[in-house]
Design a protein around this ligand. Structure first.
Ligand code: HEM
Length: 437
């Protein structure tokens, strides 16, 4: 693919998914290509992906995009590798256990109610913007708790800066990237302000011994086997910011895609409404309800099959190795393109159709990595249960009172640079509904 390096770069920034689909279609399940000084290897076959994530996982570490962050240069649970990652994962995982989910589900449900109560019958909403605001307000409460008064505007600015940081990761010059980032002075100011507030939160969480369930206090108080604080103050700041990055767009975009697919599939939408009415009988959903809303859960699985936010994952080969018999040199940037197989008829009959009920039937045998919206193996999503609970509360809470219809028949415009996301939002018309209607 030499000679196409610049064209590849332009295509990568303009339409990443389009570039990957074209490479897969033209060159098959494993393709080497170059962008500027970077060499990439795109793997699209679920068995090759499985080999990287399981049998050969010792030969790969997290991809370069994660590690080139200028804002989060220290290893974190997302960017760290090997023993360092294992330790962080072990320390963070209890934050997502059932007891915490039980407590957090009520915050999620309350925020959904507050959001849906603002809508008016016949109003046109940008669903994507609304879903992002909803997810942000949930994260504000759950991650920062009520001891830290973090302002939503500040958080939006910080996330924008992180987005610019990630998007510029492929530019070769660090100096140029630093210059770009520092030109966003207001965003940088917000970043510093947030970091200072979190640091103050760390100190107060460590000084007082009142029980707190927010993420800042949890990370601040986590201890290693020797009883010492497991994370430095700076690591807590990094940990909270990266948890926001990991959870916000993924969850919000899935709520928007669910709205899109339910509006396009009225039979599925009516079945979901029926289940919500019968299970909740007008109540706000609890964590236990979320487990009982099986069809709603199937809708979420089906949305994530057709629209996985993380539609490719980056890895780097740490040594020469082979995958599926193909040679992968040390240093190669491997992209696990997990978008094609969930849409492949061999693994999902009637793959183009939105059929949530397929997830309530016994599952046919298929390769383990043919469906992996939360990734798979030791680096699978730490927040899967948290994300699913959040999504269930959102879909159920909305369906209790509203039906959202698409304003346009056209397929939405996408921005796939970092995830399978919307470029210009998703306008929908809200119509009120009451139980049983
Ligand atoms: C629909 C929602 C979500 C989706 C689709 C999703 C997807 C993913 C995927 C694909 C990965 C693996 C990334 C990679 O290996 O390159 C991942 C990792 C991760 N996710 Fe999620 N995620 C979601 C929600 C969340 C939430 C709500 C949280 C936290 C509150 C979270 C926290 C994490 C963390 C900490 C990791 C790193 C795990 C590790 O490397 O050990 N995610 N997620």
């Amino acid at each position: 693919m030499a000679g196409r390096r610049l064209r590849n770069l332009i295509a990568r920034y303009r339409d990443t998914l389009g570039l990957f689909r074209w490479l897969h279609r033209e060159y098959g399940p494993i393709v080497r290509y170059r962008i500027l000084g970077f060499e990439f290897c795109l793997l699209s076959d679920p068995e090759l992906i499985e080999e990287v994530l399981y049998a050969k996982r010792q030969s790969f570490e997290k991809g370069f995009m994660y590690k080139r962050s200028l804002l989060l240069p220290r290893p974190t649970i997302i960017t760290g590798d090997g023993e360092d990652h294992k330790r962080r994962r072990r320390l963070v995982q209890p934050y997502f256990d059932r007891r915490m989910l039980d407590a957090n589900a009520s915050i999620m449900a309350e925020q959904v109610v507050a959001t849906r109560d603002e809508w008016r019958d016949g109003e046109i909403l940008d669903m994507d913007g609304t879903a992002h605001e909803l997810t942000l307000s949930i994260s504000l409460e759950i991650f920062f708790g009520n001891t830290l008064q973090v302002d939503a505007t500040m958080l939006r600015r910080v996330l924008k800066l992180c987005g610019i940081d990630i998007a510029s990761a492929m530019l070769p010059s660090r100096r140029l990237r630093r210059l770009i980032l520092s030109s966003f002075r207001r965003l940088r100011g917000a970043y510093r302000e947030l970091a200072e507030q979190v640091l103050a939160g760390v100190q107060s969480a460590r000084a007082e011994d009142t029980s707190r369930f927010d993420l800042v206090s949890y990370l601040a108080r986590a201890t290693d086997e020797d009883g010492e604080h497991a994370f430095s103050e700076e690591e807590v700041v990094d940990g909270v910011i990266e948890m926001l990055i990991a959870s916000l767009t993924t969850t919000a975009t899935t709520i928007t895609w669910a709205t899109y697919y339910l509006a396009r599939n009225p039979v599925a939408r009516e079945r979901l409404e029926r289940e919500v009415d019968e299970t909740l009988n007008g109540r706000v959903p609890t964590f236990e309800d979320c487990e009982r809303l099986r069809y709603t859960g199937a809708v979420i699985s089906e949305v994530l099959r057709l629209a996985p936010p993380a539609y490719y994952l980056g890895r780097k080969a740490t040594r020469d190795c082979t995958v599926g018999g193909y040679f992968i040199p040390a240093g190669a940037n491997v992209q696990l393109f997990c978008f094609p197989s969930p849409r492949d008829e061999r693994y999902f009959p009637h793959a183009d159709e939105f059929r949530p009920e397929r997830w309530l039937e016994s599952q046919p045998a298929r390769p383990r990595c043919s469906y992996m919206p939360f990734s798979s193996g030791t680096r699978g999503c730490a927040g899967e249960a948290f994300g699913r609970t959040n999504l269930t509360c959102a879909l159920a809470g909305i369906a209790q009172q509203w039906r959202l219809d698409l304003v346009s028949e056209e397929f939405p415009k996408l921005n796939t640079l970092a995830s399978y996301a919307f470029r210009d939002g998703l306008p929908v018309r809200a119509s009120g509904r009451s139980q049983g209607s």
